[in-house]
Ligand binder design. Sequence first.
Ligand SMILES: CC(C)(COP(=O)(O)OP(=O)(O)OC[C@H]1O[C@@H](n2cnc3c(N)ncnc32)[C@H](O)[C@@H]1OP(=O)(O)O)[C@@H](O)C(=O)NCCC(=O)NCCS
Length: 218
Amino acid sequence: MFPLALKRFLCNFIPVREVRKRARKRVVFAHYIKIRSRKCKMGYASYAGEGFGVSNKETTVGKYCSIARNVWLGPSQHPIDFLSTHPVMYLDMPYGPNLPPECRCKFDGEKPPCHIGNDVWIGINSVIMDGVTVGDGAIVASNSVVTKDVPPYAIVGGVPAKLIRYRFSPEIIEALLELRWWDLPVEKWKNLPFNDVPRCVEELRKIRAAEAASGAGH
Ligand SMILES: CC(C)(COP(=O)(O)OP(=O)(O)OC[C@H]1O[C@@H](n2cnc3c(N)ncnc32)[C@H](O)[C@@H]1OP(=O)(O)O)[C@@H](O)C(=O)NCCC(=O)NCCS
C-alpha cells in the first residue's frame, strides 16, 4: 500500500494505472484518471476518463464498466433552504469569511452513494445524481443527468435522463443477469461470438452448466 502523499507524488512520474494496480490489485484505472477519484471502489477492468469524480466514498462501480470523460457519480449537495447555498454557513472555509463554529449550521451535503452495476457504459459529460443505482449492462447517453435508478440493460439519455430503449429482449436480459459473464474467468468467455448475443447466452448456459456439474463456484 502507498500512503496518499506518496501516491500523489508518484502520479507526477508514472501512469496512475500503475500506482493503482500496486495500491489495490483488482482495480484498473485508465492511465489518465485523476487521483481524486481514489474514494471510488471500481471493479475489475473498469476505467474512467479525465474529469471523472465521486463525492461519496461508498460509491461502487462494478466490473468491465466504461466511464467517459467528465462523468460525476453523486456530485453531493449544498443546502437549498438556508439563507445561502454557500458553504460559509456550514463549513470551515478557505474562501471568504471563516465564521466561528458557533455561527455555523449543521449540514451534511453527502447524500447516499451511487451504485453502478457491471458492464455499464456512461457517456461523456454525464452526471449520475446521488443515491442513483445504474443496473448491469445499462448505457447512459452522453450529456445526461440521471436522477432515477436505471434498470439493467436500459439505454437512458437526456436531462433528466429518460428511457430510450432496452439493449436486448426481456428474455435475453433475464438470461444475461442470471449468467453474469463478468464473474467468469476470461479464459471461459474469450472465444464467445460477442456480436451474436443469443449464441453467447447459449454458450454461457453450457459454461455455467459445466461449472455446476463439476461443483465449481464463480
Ligand atoms: C445513446 C447512444 C449509445 C446511442 O444509442 P441508440 O439507441 O443507438 O441511439 P439512436 O441514435 O438510435 O437514437 C435513439 C434515440 O435516442 C436519442 N439520443 C441519442 N443520444 C442521445 C443523448 N446523448 N441524449 C439524449 N437522447 C439521445 C435520439 O435522439 C433518439 O431519439 P428519438 O427516438 O426520439 O429520435 C449514443 O447516442 C451515446 O450517447 N453514446 C455515448 C457516446 C459517448 O459518450 N462516448 C464517449 C466514449 S466512452
